[in-house]
Design a protein around this ligand. Structure first.
Ligand code: ADP
Ligand code: MG
Length: 476
């Protein structure tokens, strides 16, 4: 190591403690799994003047760590070595020393006081321990349980399937469970709920939950680190594997292939798989056919777009949970105006509550628009009755004028009802206003259309899908 004049390199004793602190902070920030995948193999080579030298065993890891954690490392090093202004990453291939042996302290071997053998034994013991499942488990959000999941028409089927899987994992007909639906409709919530329930009822069953993205990073990490066997063994030792947002694997052929094999191995061994995606297996283009077939081979459950009623019950539940008082009128306004998804709805409610607390003034219908002006505006502006009529007419190949006409033939009356339903769900227009825009119809006609479509959506899958599709098209 070159020494610049006046800069004496620090020795091992001076480096160990600060380096341990830097690593511990980073570990706490990024979480155990990410840390193990990418950062554990960092070795501190020395600190000279303004430069901190860190090595990694491969170019891939080096680039990854530099690009993703470089800035953070620099910031974390600064309080430890005030002179340090830059971090240099280099590749130092494994010199026969087990990386895990260095890994725990992360000091270059010459600097490390820890004898190698015990560390190696410890790492071997860890690898053989089935309870390592916790490492594979992305942290579960304690708020996302069945208790806090509000059930309504649009999600009752998915919810029932999730409950069933949680009660009796891997039973025939329910494996895999494939949950799909648009953003913010509760897929992740249901998956966490399943994991919590299984954990409580069967603490001995290892459950692994992770996003497809994490799955890919871990797989690539294992490939590069030369420990794919460990990766495979660990994954195959779980009883329940849950992969969230599977659409992420589209076009990632190697990872998809690996997932397919893991999937088969687990299902064949009688283990439960739960997968979520933004589309049904059939509509997930870019997924291999054999995987598609297997994904659809259990039970497929759709989370439909929320209805006004569901949004209102969700708000009521959240308010009760948080122990805050919000006037019903305010909740109704939110449920009415923020129709996109539950995440936005929650965000709006949180903002209102925070605001009320901050300025210690009660929430009233009058001050809501001030606090949520941006949200309300976008949700109001985005979709007009005209947009809805146009899209619906296009979708069903009828004329725009049929939206206003008095024709009652099913082929035009049904699409018209769909349009009225969407107008009620997606705009803030009142029933009489909507009626006027549909050829001066009475508000009771609109009311009837709304309840008719709601009822039909529960019975008729095609119609439900049409409506969901139209809604997504209008909302984006
Ligand atoms: P997705 O994974 O489908 O994008 P999430 O599960 O992350 O959606 O849900 C978004 C937010 O909305 C979460 O905070 C979740 O708790 C909440 N949420 C969604 N559906 C419900 C529901 N039915 N009851 C209560 N909260 C819900
Ligand atoms: Mg999600």
């Amino acid at each position: 190591m070159k020494t610049e004049p006046g800069n004496v390199p620090l020795d091992a004793g001076q480096l160990a403690a600060p380096w341990a602190r830097v690593r511990a902070k980073l570990r706490a920030e990024v979480g155990e799994v990410e840390y193990r995948n990418w950062l554990r193999q960092m070795v501190l080579r020395g600190v000279e003047g303004e430069m901190v030298h860190i090595s990694l065993p491969s170019r891939f890891l080096r680039d990854w760590v530099r690009d993703h954690y470089g800035d953070r490392l620099k910031t974390l090093c600064q309080p430890e070595w005030p002179s340090a202004k830059r971090v240099e990453f280099r590749v130092v291939a494994d010199t026969g020393a087990d990386t895990a042996a260095q890994g725990e302290s992360g000091l270059a071997e010459s600097l490390s006081a820890t004898p190698r053998t015990p560390a190696l034994q410890a790492s071997a013991a860890r690898a053989a321990d089935p309870a390592r499942e916790s490492e594979w488990m992305a942290p579960l959000d304690p708020r996302l349980t069945f208790d806090s999941f509000v059930v309504g028409k649009p999600n009752e089927f998915a919810h029932a399937c999730a409950r069933r899987v949680a009660e009796r994992p891997a039973s025939a007909g329910f494996n895999p469970l494939f949950l799909y639906g648009g953003v913010g409709l509760g897929k992740t919530h249901l998956m966490h709920s399943i994991a919590w329930a299984i954990r409580a009822a069967h603490p001995e069953k290892p459950v692994a939950y992770m996003s497809a993205e994490k799955f890919m990073y871990r797989f690539i990490g294992a490939l590069r680190g030369g420990n794919t066997m460990e990766f495979k063994t660990q994954l195959r030792s779980v009883d329940i594997l849950m992969i969230d947002d599977l659409q992420f694997l589209i076009g990632k052929d190697n990872t998809q292939e690996e997932f397919f094999h893991t999937f088969n191995a687990l299902v064949d061994a009688g283990k439960q798989i739960v997968v979520s995606a933004d589309k049904s297996p059939n509509d997930l283009s870019g997924i291999e056919d054999r995987l598609r077939t297997r994904l659809g081979g259990g039970i497929v459950a759709d989370l439909h777009a929320t209805t006004y009623e569901l949004r209102l019950s969700i708000l009521q539940a959240k308010v009760a949970q948080a122990g805050v008082e919000v006037p019903v009128k305010v909740l109704e306004l939110l449920a009415h105006k923020i129709a996109s998804n539950v995440r936005d709805l929650e965000g709006a409610l949180n903002r209102l509550v925070a605001h009320a607390k901050l300025f210690s003034r009660p929430l009233t219908l009058e001050n809501v628009p001030d606090v949520l002006s941006d949200l309300l505006r976008t949700h109001e502006k985005r979709i007009t009755i005209d947009d809805i009529q146009r899209k619906v007419a296009e979708h069903y190949s009828i004329r725009m004028t049929d939206m206003f006409s008095a024709r009652r033939a099913r082929a035009v009356a049904r699409p018209r009802q769909v349009a009225m339903y969407l107008a009620k769900q997606l705009t803030s227009r009142s029933l009489p206003e909507i009626g006027r825009r549909f050829g001066n119809r009475d508000h009771t006609t609109v009311m009837h259309a709304v309840s008719r479509i709601q009822q039909l959506m529960a019975e008729d899958r095609t119609l439900a899908e049409d409506v969901t599709l139209l809604r997504r098209m209008l909302e984006t």
